[in-house]
Design a protein around this ligand. Structure first.
Ligand code: GAL
Length: 736
């Protein structure tokens, strides 16, 4: 039978190239996912991590082979990996964003085995995305998980579940199964497919297949059932499809030789000229672009942090789509998108540059690897098969499109460009629109894959005026997107601030392009997106003000910009002290098409004058005439509390699991203090390690550190202290 064994524990690591014979003493013990270098959150150069390193693992076979084949599966190594097993080199794998495997059966033995991996994390011009400048960092190391996989000599290589007649009431399921026969003779196998619903029609279909020697044979099984519920944004119903491989006429106990279960969803996702339709209903796509990087740990984030990012996009930003800019991302992130009903635009690695024919060959390989890895995810609705913002290349992009359509006839292709005249070889014209509005499409279906970004970078420590303008630009572009029937949606640049090269960003090697900071903490622009959430799901009421006296750019003085509230309420009341200042409706004059337009409490000057006399404010949100939310504001901006919040109360004691610990310095009403540059000092008691700067100067009144579990259960206590104000906070996390 098949056996999959987590192989992420017990590795050794050296931050240099070491020969096979180097003593273990030159290495340090690590657990995967692993970053080849822990970096500061900004002000560092790519040379910090762009080097060759060495990973080693000693192991005895966790199970005897018993005639099976043994593979080692790497989910992602940045950016080239040469694996050597017991002295046999398996060659170099190039490319950091897609998985690769090696059949190590001929090289393993009883007793001790040694795997050594030479990891080249330099910016190799021969491997996408490199060869030109790139506006993001790739980081280094064996940064995703590794597994051992035992399979019988005849085994299930892949399963692709396709659905059809989705809206008929009796959806159909077609399951492509590939069987690999590594033996030298033809064999007969039975293949059995079942879906986890009670309907007997979808359980027990069996086909018998002749599998040619040393070849992979494909067979398609199918069924239909009126019990299959649709996967939708609000009810992302998933099903398991189990495929079993059996030896015909064998005794029952030994008949089954392989089993694979894949999750899938039943949904119809269509880009039409007049919009995007999910299960026949028009959905305007509202989203953000996501990079896979995290402060300090680079790209080496464990499953929990990957999943949390999807939750943030869906629940905190209220978006319905995310683009995995500019490469395939962790399976944990995609699994979570499936689970919560968050649509995904996934694309191949690359940025503005197309290399030579060998480089292109790697890119074609990436198209294949991405689609074969991810085509069962119901959340993915489009494949990006162009290098982001590259020039036209008819021959190359004809092939990327052909590969995608052949490997997955169920999804459209897109490919991100920045000029409207670009040759349209794909199914959807995906366009980066930096016009500060939405330009009239030349080609449809049309999806805006980026806007904003470098047009108006905004830092959490910028003044209120800029923060508000940043948020309103996002709002205006989204409003225009909502107006246009010929635009299916718009995906903002970008979810959070990110580390970059010297050619980009603000000089400290950060692009402050996010609607959140790099710790995924909100700017006012995040509040705009959040305010578009369906109020039946959650009420949102976010005043976009720091509410400080006296400073024009921070909401005081002769403020000449409006006081804005982002909310999905249908009315708000603004109080100064106990006095009602005014009752306001969402501003449909400025934003006629948004679901929940921002509220503008107009005439900043008047607002300021009133506030001067009554320094405490209160906003009450109403829905259907009922007060449903309240936000309080104070002009007393001296720090009143330090908060420290762990995203998770418990972690796995596996040496890899991590949670984020957010800390903020707040006023008496809990609002962060963006201009207070205090230092916060951390101490950790218990079996866990902190990733972050310590002591840590607050960035815009907030930031986060990451806590990683060691291998010992117990309670971990983290204390944070802002000595300048005599403020302290404590968080506890249980390691299980
Ligand atoms: C785009 C590019 C993104 C990012 C963005 C900044 O041109 O596709 O990766 O660099 O600009 O606004």
């Amino acid at each position: 039978m098949r056996s999959i064994i987590d192989f992420s524990q017990g590795w050794l690591y050296a931050a240099q190239e070491l020969p096979l014979g180097a003593p273990d003493g030159e290495f340090a013990a690590v657990t995967l996912p692993h970053s080849n270098k822990i970096v500061p959150h900004h002000n560092f150069d790519v040379s910090e991590y762009a080097f060759v390193s060495t990973y080693r693992k000693r192991f005895t076979l966790p199970e005897p082979l018993n005639g099976r084949r043994l593979f080692i599966d790497f989910e992602g190594v940045m950016i080239a990996a040469t694996v050597t097993i017991n002295g046999h080199s398996l060659g170099e794998h190039d490319g950091g964003y897609t998985p690769f495997s090696h059949d190590i059966t001929p090289y393993v033995r009883d007793g001790e085995n040694v795997i050594q991996v030479r990891v080249d994390s330099t910016e190799r011009a021969d491997i996408p995305p490199f060869g030109f400048i790139v506006d993001y960092l790739t980081f280094g190391g064996i940064y995703r998980e590794v597994n051992l996989r035992y399979v019988e000599p005849v085994y299930i290589k892949d399963v692709f579940v396709r659905t059809k007649d989705v809206l008929s009431g009796t959806p159909g399921v077609e399951v492509d199964v590939w069987i690999t026969n590594t033996t030298g003779s033809t064999v007969t196998r039975k293949i059995d497919m079942g879906i986890d619903i009670a309907d007997p029609d979808c359980n027990g279909e069996v086909v018998t297949l002749e599998c040619a020697a040393n070849a992979t044979t494909k067979v398609t099984l199918s069924c239909a059932s009126d019990q299959l519920l649709l996967w939708s944004l609000k009810q992302p119903q998933r099903y398991g499809c189990a495929v079993t491989l059996e030896v015909p006429n064998a005794p029952v106990e030994s008949a089954v030789v392989d089993e694979v279960c894949v999750m899938f969803g039943v949904r119809q996702a269509e880009f039409r000229k007049d919009g995007f339709f999910l299960n026949g209903e028009k959905v305007k796509l509202r989203g953000v672009n996501r990079h896979q990087m995290f402060p300090f740990i680079g790209a080496a984030a464990p499953a929990r942090l990957q999943r949390k990012d999807a939750d943030i996009v869906r629940d905190e930003l209220g978006c319905n789509i995310v683009r995995t800019s500019h490469y395939p991302q962790s399976r944990h992130f995609l699994d979570r998108c499936d689970e919560i009903g968050l649509l995904v635009f996934e694309e191949i690695p690359g940025w503005q540059n197309i290399g030579d024919s060998d480089w292109k060959a790697l890119s074609l390989r990436d198209v294949q690897a991405m689609i074969e890895r991810d085509r069962n995810h119901p959340s993915i609705i489009i494949w990006g098969v162009r290098i982001n913002e590259s020039w036209d290349d008819e021959a190359f992009y004809t092939v990327t499109n052909d590969i995608a359509r052949k490997l997955d006839p169920t999804r459209p292709t897109g490919g991100v460009r920045y000029f409207q005249e670009s040759q349209f070889l794909e199914d959807v014209f995906t366009f980066n629109d930096f016009s500060n509005t939405i330009v009239a499409p030349k080609n449809t279906p049309h999806l805006v894959s980026e806007y904003m970004g470098h047009m108006f970078p905004t830092k959490t420590f910028d003044g209120e005026e800029r923060q508000v303008e940043h948020a309103l630009r996002h709002a205006r572009i989204q409003d225009e997107m909502m107006r246009r029937d010929d635009v299916t949606g718009a995906i903002a640049w970008c979810m959070f601030d990110y580390n970059t090269h010297r050619e980009f960003g603000s000089g400290d090697r950060v692009c402050y392009h996010g609607v959140m900071d790099m710790w995924r903490l909100p700017k006012f622009a995040a509040y705009f997106y959040e305010s578009q959430i369906d109020p039946d799901e959650r009420i949102v009421l976010r005043p976009a003000t720091y509410y400080a006296f006296g400073d024009k750019s921070n909401g005081g003085g002769d403020q000449d910009f409006d006081f804005v509230v982002f909310s999905n309420c249908d009315e708000i009341e603004v109080y100064l002290g106990d006095t009602l200042f005014g009752r306001y409706a969402p501003n449909r004059d400025k934003y006629p098409h948004l679901l929940h337009p921002p509220f503008h409490i107009g005439d900043g000057q008047m607002w300021y004058t009133h506030r001067l006399r009554v320094p405490e404010g209160r906003i009450v949100g109403y829905r259907g005439g009922q007060a449903v939310a309240e936000a309080r504001l104070t002009t007393d901006k001296l720090p009143k509390a330090l908060t420290l919040t762990a995203d998770d109360a418990a972690l796995e004691g596996d040496g890899a699991d991590m949670t984020r610990l957010v800390f903020t310095l707040v006023d008496g009403e809990g609002a962060r203090l963006p201009h207070t540059h205090a230092v916060v000092e951390f101490s950790v008691e218990g079996e866990a390690d902190l990733f972050g700067v310590n002591p840590f100067p607050l960035v815009g009144g907030q930031a986060a550190v990451y806590l990683r579990a060691r291998h010992t259960p117990g309670v971990v206590t983290v204390r944070a202290r802002a000595a300048a104000f005599g403020l302290e906070a404590t968080a506890r996390v249980e390691i299980g």
